[in-house]
Write a new protein. Structure first.
Length: 303
């Protein structure tokens, strides 16, 4: 048994060593392969996973979000930036609203064709404006005056008959013209307060400005004038207004005095543009108080 068992023992020892070697090699290969697949699926390296429950805020937790843009400055309210200084219109007439609001103004109506269309468009956009009416036209179309007032717009006196040379006439003639126009407006809409006067053609004079003030009206000029009455293309009218619009601007447009089709077309663009950038408002009633007795037209005492 012993003679025959020595070679057998060697063979068993060699076979055992080979089997162990194969087992070690195969086992090492399998372990290495398993470790590799865990790494590829992210299971092998867990250093990127949240460490605490507070870190587990969802799949976007590791995205670096860009900072929020700064809030735009408010155009109304106590935090609004200061308005550009009012340089003043001709002879002390107003160029701006004195507030951040933009005021659209419509001259030379009421017109039976165009005023209702302008009103409808303003209604569509929820915008109120200021209408500078010719007294004689208001007397002819009192219902249009009432329609304008009913929609919340502000009235403005634009003289009795659009006299562009009213400023050259004497004090009594100017006052009489203004009063006549005011009576036509308040005759149509008794609740309306007439707090503004706009001189036809913008031909102001010291007499006209002072007469308006004496009747409790602010002399209303404008900052933005697209010259819509010159019948230029509507896109040019719209671009002039939208490019020149700024906080406080008074904008001059027309709802009477000729074919206002281009104005109406431009107004659609103007409203769509401006309501996204500004607050549009009618001029407030009562910016100017009647002249106290014992003062002159310029507010100086004793004359
Ligand atoms: Zn006019």
């Amino acid at each position: 048994m012993r003679a025959g068992s020595a070679p057998g023992n060697r063979r068993r020892a060699i076979i055992t060593a080979l089997v162990l070697t194969v087992v070690i090699l195969v086992g090492g290969f399998l372990l290495g392969h398993l470790a590799g697949s865990r790494s590829r699926t992210g299971l092998g390296d867990r250093s990127d996973l949240p460490k605490t429950s507070r870190d587990r805020v969802g799949p976007h937790a590791r995205l670096a979000l860009p900072p929020l843009p700064p809030r735009p400055q408010p155009i109304t309210g106590p935090d609004r930036p200061p308005l550009p200084a009012e340089k003043g219109g001709p002879f002390g007439s107003r160029l701006t609203t004195g507030t951040p609001e933009i005021a659209l103004t419509f001259d030379d109506g009421p017109d039976e064709v165009w005023t209702p269309q302008v009103l409808a468009l303003l209604r569509d956009y929820g915008v109120r404006a200021t209408f500078c009416m010719i007294g004689a036209k208001a007397a002819k179309h009192p219902q249009l005056v009432r329609d304008v007032v009913a929609d919340g717009h502000t009235l403005c006196n634009h003289s009795w008959s659009h006299d562009v040379w009213l400023g050259l006439r004497d004090e009594q003639a100017v006052l009489a013209d203004m009063r006549r126009a005011n009576e036509a407006l308040t005759g149509a809409a008794p609740s309306a307060r007439i707090s503004y006067y706009r001189q036809p053609g913008g031909n102001w004079s010291p007499v006209v400005v002072a007469a308006a003030r004496r009747l409790g009206m602010t002399a209303l000029h404008w900052r933005v004038d697209p010259n819509d009455w010159k019948l230029g293309p509507s896109y040019r009218i719209a671009a002039d207004v939208t490019e020149q619009a700024a906080p406080g601007a008074i904008v001059l447009l027309h709802d009477g005095g000729g074919d206002r089709g281009r104005t109406l077309s431009a107004l659609r663009t103007i409203l769509a543009n401006l309501i996204t950038r500004f607050h549009l408002a009618p001029l407030p009633p009562g910016m100017e108080q009647p002249r106290p007795s014992g003062t002159d037209w310029f507010g100086r005492p004793g004359q």
